[in-house]
Ligand binder design. Structure first.
Ligand SMILES: C[S@@+](CC[C@H](N)C(=O)[O-])C[C@H]1O[C@@H](n2cnc3c(N)ncnc32)[C@H](O)[C@@H]1O
Length: 289
């Protein structure tokens, strides 16, 4: 497993692996298990055993109550957005900070699109190795693009990777903005000007009042781990009403936000699941004007 910011890609995959043991998983995924290295695969198998799963859920939610439920809902939200975009004729998909996420593989229709998975070089190397374990090689519809959003030119890297500038695109930027500097967030949004009007963007953000310690949302341990100290892992946050102006400055219109209440209404209640959902991290759907 990796450490530092690159290591943050591991946690989501354990939760997705655990979810597969549920009777009606919110996110169905048989790829994570195949992508895992032998040790991680053994851990993922153990996590599917109810007592281990409940223990991991309790440990996760002790640190940030409702993170488990929120992660499942945000992944399902990105998946729903991808399916809608593909049904709408979008052929280009850009996944920013993809980590070890399997969106491009677990949604069968995605194989008809061209998918660009972007991350730090360390995690692109891990993803390549993981895909080789699962498929023998990187599937043909996917291009892996190493980029540091804080210091490199995303648009140039995408263009070099073959992304057709100006195409209608579905962009996912899930659980990444909090790890960036404000200038990294803004230059990434500026690079997304390469997407045509009608393109859609699903992204998540962490609440600014959590990062500045004004409201800990019942999660002091997560605040200490992610947001405090001289060099916190989480650096960038927003208030819900700052989302639309930020997007507007870069040619995107906010369509909706998904917080704890919407997660419960849209995904958990219909599935008969009673999971807490944190409102520290929220999802946004936007459309390019
Ligand atoms: C919490 S993980 C989320 C991974 C994936 N999106 C998911 O939801 O499963 C954060 C991801 O953002 C990536 N990331 C963080 N800072 C980055 C940067 N400056 N440039 C590119 N990727 C970055 C990390 O490498 C990691 O894969």
């Amino acid at each position: 497993m990796a450490s530092g910011v690159a290591g943050t890609a591991d946690g989501p995959m354990m939760i997705i692996a655990a979810e597969q043991a549920e009777e009606r998983p919110l996110v169905r995924d048989d790829v994570t298990r195949r992508m895992a290295a032998p040790v991680t695969r053994a851990m993922a198998a153990a996590i599917r055993w109810a007592p281990v799963r409940r223990w991991l859920m309790a440990v996760t939610d002790k640190q940030l109550p409702g993170l488990w439920g929120e992660l499942l809902c945000r992944k399902r939200y990105a998946e729903d957005g991808l399916r809608t975009a593909l049904a709408d004729g979008v052929t280009e998909v850009v996944i920013l900070g993809a980590g070890l996420d399997t969106l491009a593989y677990r949604v069968p229709e995605a194989a008809r699109a061209r998918v660009y998975e972007v991350d730090l070089p360390a995690n692109i190397a891990r993803k390549r190795a993981a895909l080789r374990r699962a498929y023998g090689e990187v599937p043909g519809h996917v291009t892996l693009v190493p980029v540091d959003f804080d210091t490199e030119d995303l648009a140039a890297a995408l263009e070099r990777a073959g992304y057709p500038m100006g195409a209608r695109t579905f962009v996912v930027w899930e659980a990444v903005t909090q790890y960036l500097s404000e200038s990294g967030v803004r230059t990434t949004l500026a690079a997304l000007a390469a997407a045509a009007p009608g393109s859609r963007l699903v992204f998540t953000y962490v609440r600014a009042d959590f990062l500045d310690g004004t409201n800990l949302y019942g999660a002091p341990a997560a605040y200490r781990r992610f947001a405090s100290g001289d060099h916190p892992l989480w650096r960038f946050g927003l208030t819900p009403d700052a989302v639309a102006p930020l997007l507007g400055a870069y040619g995107w219109r906010e369509v909706e936000q998904l917080g704890a209440a919407e997660c419960a209404d849209r995904y958990l209640s219909p599935a008969g699941r009673d999971l807490p959902v944190t409102d520290v991290e929220r999802s946004v759907l936007a459309e390019r004007i």
